[in-house]
Design a protein around this ligand. Structure first.
Ligand code: ADP
Ligand code: MG
Length: 635
């Protein structure tokens, strides 16, 4: 850059030198150039400058240069003027100037203009439009600070998974800086994958160029369990090869917690719906029992009446037992227990209950495929699906109608949803003859809190919960609806593995098998104890009884008798069933135990399982079911 121009104007230092003298070799240059005097006014501009700023040269000279400059950038004149005072009398600065195309960033290279006596009389500026570069830089800064400050943990690795960058959130979430990761040669992609096998599956998926998404758990640096939603995408270079992997990890622990609460809340809502109907049901049952009991009292000498009454009472009690079981299943906290179960059976059981509580003008129809293999599902959640779909169907038919429940096996292309297409699946169809839904409603039905029902009627949670449950079972759900004709929901769920144990066959009533083994019955309720003693003795067993836990511990401690099976109640005064079990595990560790219990919490079950206790009979039980279970554990 030329820094010095000797102005050899014959007019001397005081007169204004002509523009050509100030611009020198730049007069006809393609670069835009101007000169300004010490007061900051334009003293000369070349043609390129006049073109750039869209005005003839004579309209520009004499005007203050600052008039064309963005007010935020005007300050830089003073700095540049200052700098050119000192050797080598050059300066550079960047400013925004107003051109007919709008504000442009211009990089100015400035040099002092001297007169013959060597005094500085002005500055000459050669400009380069750097708007494009500035924008690119700004964008780059924006992007890199967005990545660095992102609330999502981000890591960038090479194609093999070697880490090259982690952002601040990543370090905060994992406690790992880039240096530690490199020093310890950590594999950030591995973390959270449950097994080497799933990890290798994931690597193969990514290596093939696909995006991967999943939810993984890991330990936070403080040792808490953290749920993360993880996405891994391939970044490709200009040749289309995978150059880097972008890893995005977002903490979703809170959402997971809320989902759990939501499921529970929704279930409570379901219970509310059922409670009314159940109270009504129980009243009917009690009326039957009371009635027949009275009949017995009045006709105590007529064996025919007594026998018929007792049969009716037993039938009523069985119905009550079924109801209580339903409610218990329902009110239990949302502990998820996926097992092999019979879809048709669960549909029938639940509909039997719903049929009692739904308005009389709604009828149920079944089209169940009886050869359907068992499903892999959580029983409570399966019931929630059926319940929600039926309640919605009921609400869609205020004037009555038909709800049809159909089950069927789907295979190959018939299976909706790419997830399932590899395997056959079980499909449950719930159809109604109700109002149907217009498209704008149908699009939103799975959104939490979306409801078209009035205040206090709908919560908008039902289908959101159903959707969540179906997704967690790796199934899928779809809906078809025609306004004025009705709606059909289809839920597809995976079959249980062919090797998994089949769902227990519904217990047949009748005679249960006999045996000759010796049994200890521990129960503090005398009538129950006597009932068991009488009926088991009749079947050939040798029965001993204990009226509470302490008596049982005494008996076992004396070691006089060996028992093949112990029927153990849990809640007893003195020593509880668990305490008896502890003693037993020491004194007679091989004795089989059948725990009789009304409700078993998840914690209690775990505690039992840790003690090696796996056999339970739910109260209220039938003698028949109990007798069969005794045979099962005796082998
Ligand atoms: P809610 O029942 O509390 O409104 P849901 O999530 O169960 O919440 O359902 C959301 C909405 O979907 C309902 O308000 C209703 O508009 C629509 N919907 C669901 N099932 C049906 C159906 N079988 N027929 C017509 N509309 C339905
Ligand atoms: Mg609903």
């Amino acid at each position: 850059m030329m820094s010095v121009v000797i102005c050899d104007s014959p007019a001397g230092a005081s007169a204004n030198p002509p523009p050509e003298a100030l611009l020198g070799a730049w007069t006809g240059s393609a670069a835009f150039v101007y000169c300004r005097d010490l007061a900051g006014s334009l003293s000369a501009v070349n043609e390129a400058f006049a073109r750039k700023f869209g005005r003839p040269a004579d309209q520009l000279t004499g005007k203050p240069a600052a008039g064309l400059v963005h007010h935020d950038d005007v300050k830089s004149f003073a700095r540049a003027d200052d700098t050119v005072q000192r050797a080598p009398h050059t300066a550079t600065h960047e400013q925004r100037w107003l051109t007919p195309q709008g504000w442009r960033w211009i990089d100015w290279e400035e040099s002092a203009i001297f007169d013959v006596e060597g005094r500085i009389i002005g500055v000459r500026s050669v400009g380069h439009d750097i708007t494009r570069r500035r924008l690119a830089e700004e964008q780059f800064h924006k992007l890199s600070s967005a990545v660095e400050q992102s609330p999502i943990a981000i890591a960038i690795t090479d194609a093999e998974g070697g880490v090259q960058y982690v952002n601040a959130k990543f370090t905060a979430a994992t406690g790992l800086t880039l240096e530690t990761i490199l020093d310890r040669e950590l594999d950030v992609l591995r973390e959270g994958h449950a097994s080497e096998e799933t990890y290798q599956e994931f690597r193969a998926h990514v290596r093939a160029g696909h995006e991967w998404r999943g939810e993984l758990t890991r330990q936070s640096p403080e040792g808490r369990a953290v749920w993360e939603s993880v996405r891994v995408c391939c970044l490709r270079n200009a040749n289309g090869d995978i150059a880097n992997l972008l890893v995005l990890r977002e903490n979703i622990s809170e959402r997971k917690l809320l989902e759990g609460q939501l499921r529970q809340a929704q279930k409570m809502e379901g219970i509310g719906t059922l409670a009314g109907g159940i109270a009504h049901d129980f009243n009917n049952i009690l009326a039957v029992i009371n009635g027949y009991a009275e009949l017995c009292v009045l006709n105590s000498s007529d064996p025919a009446v007594i026998q018929k009454s007792v049969r009716e009472i037993k039938r009523a009690a069985e119905r009550a037992t079924g109801l209580v079981r339903q409610i218990l299943t329902f009110s239990r906290k949302a502990e998820v227990h996926v097992a092999s179960l019979n879809l048709n059976q669960h549909v029938r059981d639940l509909i039997a209950l719903l049929a009692e509580t739904f308005p009389r003008n709604i009828t149920f129809q079944f089209a169940l495929d009886e050869s359907l293999a068992p499903l892999l599902a959580d029983q409570n959640q399966l019931q929630q699906i059926v319940l929600n779909l039926c309640v919605n169907a009921r609400d869609a038919m205020p004037g009555g109608g038909t709800i049809t429940l159909a089950t069927q096996r789907l295979e190959g292309e018939a299976v909706p949803g790419a997830m399932l297409r590899r395997h056959p699946c079980a499909c449950l169809k719930v159809s109604d003859t109700g109002t149907g839904m217009p498209a704008h409603v149908r699009e939103r039905i799975f959104e939490p809190f979306f409801t078209t029902k009035g205040v206090g009627k709908g919560t908008g949670l039902g289908l959101a919960v159903v959707y969540g449950i179906v997704a967690s079972h790796e199934g899928c759900i779809d809906v078809e609806s025609t306004v004025g004709q009705g709606t059909t929901f289809r839920v597809c769920l995976p079959f249980a593995d062919a090797l998994a144990p089949a769902a227990p066959a519904a217990a047949k009533t009748g005679d249960f098998p006999s045996g000759t083994e010796s049994i200890l019955v521990v129960d503090d309720e005398a009538p129950l104890r006597q009932l068991l003693e009488t009926s088991l003795s009749r079947k050939g067993y040798t029965v001993t009884t204990a009226g509470d836990g302490l008596e049982a511990i005494d008996l076992l401690g004396r070691g006089e008798k060996k028992f093949d099976v112990i029927l153990l109640d849990l809640n007893m005064p003195g020593a509880t069933g668990i305490e008896v079990l502890k003693v037993l595990k020491i004194t007679q560790p091989d004795t089989k135990v059948l725990v009789l219990t009304g409700h078993l919490s998840a914690e209690a079950r775990t505690e039992f399982e840790q003690m090696g206790q796996h056999h339970f009979v739910r109260k209220p039980y039938t003698l028949d079911a109990l007798g069969r279970q005794i045979r099962t554990i005796l082998g």
